[in-house]
Write a protein that binds this ligand. Structure first.
Ligand SMILES: [Zn+2]
Length: 89
C-alpha cells in the first residue's frame, strides 16, 4: 500500500520518462477500470491501485500516460509500453 501522494509522484516521474505532459492527476474509486485519461492531459486512477504491486501500478500508469500521445493500442503504443515496462499488455 502506498499513499496517494507517492502514487502521484511516480506518475509524474513516469510522465517525465515518457516525455508526456500531465495536467491533472486524480485518484478516486472507479467501478469498471483501473484508469482513464482525457486528451487534455487529465488522468484518473482507481484508488484500489494504491494496494497493487509495483509492477502492476507501473503498467497501468505507463499505459495511461502513453494514451496522452497515442489514443489507440497501435504498434507504436505497444512498442513503447514494452520498452518502458517490459510487457506489452
Ligand atoms: Zn488503453
Amino acid at each position: 500500500m502506498i499513499t496517494a501522494e507517492s502514487f502521484k509522484q511516480s506518475v509524474l516521474q513516469w510522465a517525465e520518462t515518457c516525455n508526456v505532459e500531465v495536467r491533472e492527476i486524480h485518484i478516486r474509486k472507479m467501478k469498471t477500470k483501473w484508469a482513464s485519461c482525457s486528451s487534455r492531459g487529465r488522468l484518473t486512477f482507481d484508488r484500489a491501485l494504491l494496494r497493487q504491486p509495483k509492477n502492476q501500478r507501473t503498467r497501468i500508469i505507463v499505459h495511461e500516460l502513453l494514451h496522452l500521445k497515442y489514443p489507440n493500442h497501435g504498434k507504436m503504443f505497444k512498442a513503447l509500453l514494452k520498452a518502458y515496462t517490459g510487457s506489452a499488455e
